[in-house]
Design a protein around this ligand. Structure first.
Ligand SMILES: C[S@@+](CC[C@H](N)C(=O)[O-])C[C@H]1O[C@@H](n2cnc3c(N)ncnc32)[C@H](O)[C@@H]1O
Length: 389
């Protein structure tokens, strides 16, 4: 992929862009296998390759410059404001959306926040596109409530110029700190969720709920977890109780539950645990759309849930943030002793550390999903089985 910003040394966010894509993927795979070498023997499946560009359906843009001439992008290590409205990682529609958003910033006189002076109002623009529908969700991250009224006043103009825009919200982030978003959110549109669909599963993206940046590879990741579960069930494994810890809007659990039900005609019991209430509401809506009845999505801390649990599920799905599961949760998983674990990780280092804390489990399968092409980041799915005692 050619990127003019990278070539001019303005943006180096894609740290590996100087390597041909095939070499990037081979290197990630090799690093992963080396990291997990102590857990041999296991089957290392071929890495799932991404598109090289236009795969990133979520943009987090710092708002810089002035309201008359706004810049949407980053401040690079040299301290320069770099406009990334034409970043080739985004789908083609984002360039037009950013042009319209810049006009809106001018119209509503939304002064970009200046970190050094602690002045201004608009900190970030967060934009999501649904891969399935092409519809958009836009969030303005503001320092104070001062500009809510003016954004509301001009909202009809924004929506007329960007007809794909379904959801618009304001997030309040009053702190002078490197924090992307705050806890208060106002949704300004009648539509409060962006509809997505990966494989056969409807998913709802809302402000304040996590969703994967690369939906095409996320679809492959969910489909793979689903196929592994179907294979286990076909080989006679009992998979009647599933937990999906760190479930977000429910991607893994909903795929697993609906696929296993399709295979046997019997719906497994699914418990999904996630800290963000907005994501839980989305997961509940999707479960209802799928007609699943034996589902309980709960807004809780995963470690607290596991600590209080007495009985293990048959299949434990975990997909923690970069920090991994941590020692306490690994201890509770060991105590509960589910037979099967699917571990999806976006940080192989913390994954490797967690595996050391799960000595009762044998690693069977490893697969890399390149959600983050041109970077050193890797998403991995593992299949673990409790060792015979
Ligand atoms: C890597 S994301 C995975 C989300 C989801 N499994 C998916 O496929 O999109 C990690 C999720 O863990 C949630 N999370 C973070 N800390 C948590 C905690 N202590 N307990 C439960 N969920 C947590 C985040 O809000 C986020 O949705």
């Amino acid at each position: 992929m050619f990127c003019a910003h990278y070539a001019a040394d303005r943006c180096r966010s894609c740290q590996w862009l100087d390597k041909p894509y095939a070499s990037q993927l081979a290197l990630k795979q090799q690093q992963l296998i080396t990291l997990l070498a102590a857990h041999q023997p296991f089957e290392a499946l071929p890495a799932v390759a991404s598109r090289e560009q236009a795969f990133r359906y979520k943009a987090k843009m710092v708002v810089l410059g002035s309201y008359e001439d706004p810049v949407l992008g980053i401040v690079n290590p040299q301290g320069d404001a770099v406009d990334l409205a034409d970043c080739p990682l985004y789908p083609a529609s984002f360039a037009n959306a950013f042009t319209v958003i810049k006009r809106f910033i001018q119209l509503a006189a939304l002064v970009p926040y200046q970190v050094a002076k602690r002045e201004g109002e608009l900190k970030f623009i967060l934009l999501n596109e649904s891969w399935h529908t092409g519809r958009l969700m836009l969030r303005f991250v503001l320092r104070s409530k001062n500009h809510i009224a003016v954004i509301q006043k001009h909202l009809p103009t924004l929506r007329a110029q960007l007809p794909a825009l379904d959801v618009v919200s304001i997030n309040l982030q009053p702190q002078h700190a490197a924090v992307l978003e705050g806890t208060e959110e106002w949704i300004l549109t009648p539509e409060t969720r962006l509809r997505e669909r990966l494989n056969h599963v409807p998913l709802y993206l809302t402000p304040q709920s996590f969703f994967q940046t690369n939906p095409e590879i996320a679809a492959s990741l969910y489909a793979t977890a689903m196929q592994w579960a179907e294979q286990l069930q076909a080989q006679g494994a009992k998979l009647q109780r599933i937990w999906d810890l760190f479930c977000g809007v429910g991607g893994f659990g909903l795929h697993l539950s609906s696929a296993l039900q399709r295979q046997t005609g019997e719906e497994p019991e699914l418990i999904g645990i996630e800290i963000a209430p907005a994501a839980i509401a989305s997961a509940q809506q999707a479960a209802q759309d799928l007609g699943l009845r034996r589902v309980s999505f709960q807004a809780l801390d995963s470690a607290t849930f596991a600590m209080a649990a007495k009985d293990a599920p048959d299949l434990l799905m975990v997909n923690p943030p970069r920090r991994g599961l941590g020692a306490q949760l690994c201890q509770d998983i060991t105590r509960l002793a589910p037979r099967w674990i699917f571990y999806s990780s976006c940080n192989p280092q913390t994954l490797a550390r967690d595996l050391v804390d799960l000595p009762d489990y044998q690693l069977h399968k490893v697969q890399l999903f390149d959600l983050f092409a041109h970077s050193s980041h890797a998403e991995v799915l593992l299949l673990l089985e409790r060792k015979a005692r």
